[in-house]
Design a protein around this ligand. Structure first.
Ligand code: RB5
Length: 179
């Protein structure tokens, strides 16, 4: 089952991909947007990306005007490897080498026919499983984990300093009351 999403600029392309998936009998779920009214791509990138990291979907396809903004947003979710592609070589190589789990396409960049070709290549190509590619993907995961740990550390520090501020405020109030 493939998770689909787009903003308004990728809406038309997403719909031509939906038609293609129906023709080749592949199941999908469209996470929106659902009209050509202006929409923010990060919202749909997040819905699709989370559905994938939660294990509900194996792969996703995201469309925006360039394919770039929506790929940047999707890649903020840990475990997502979203690849913005406009050529056959990259669409295949990103599965072979990066084990990409989301293909991002630009509705203002690729034609519907080209998009279908890229979708087919992406969905039909398996990760090579070669040692050097496994090693490099592990390095990406380690990078994500490092960033996550750093962010958690910062949150803990903020929580600690907020706690200290609260205690200071309480003590000041108590002293005031005693005076
Ligand atoms: C929307 O106008 C456009 O900025 C968006 O679809 C995308 O291309 C951003 O990267």
């Amino acid at each position: 089952m493939i998770a689909l999403g787009s903003d308004h600029a990728g809406f038309e392309l997403k719909h031509s991909i939906i038609k293609h998936l129906e023709e080749i009998k592949l199941e999908y779920k469209d996470f929106g947007c659902f009209s050509e009214e202006s929409a923010d791509y990060a919202e749909y990138a997040e819905l699709v990306a989370r559905a994938i990291v939660d294990g509900k979907f194996e792969q996703g396809i995201l469309c925006c005007g360039t394919g770039v903004g929506i790929s940047i947003a999707a890649n903020k979710i840990r475990g997502i490897r979203a690849a913005c592609c406009s050529d056959r070589f990259s669409a295949e190589a990103t599965r072979l080498h990066n084990d990409a789990n989301i293909l991002c396409l630009g509705g203002r960049v690729v034609s519907p026919a080209k998009a279908n070709e890229l979708v087919d290549l992406f969905l039909d190509t398996k990760f090579s499983g070669e040692e050097r590619h496994i090693r490099r993907i592990k390095q990406i995961t380690e990078l994500e984990n490092k960033e996550y740990a750093k962010a958690n550390e910062k949150n803990d520090e903020t929580a600690e300093s907020e706690k200290a501020d609260d205690i200071k405020e309480e003590v000041t109030e108590e002293i005031k009351d005693e005076q």
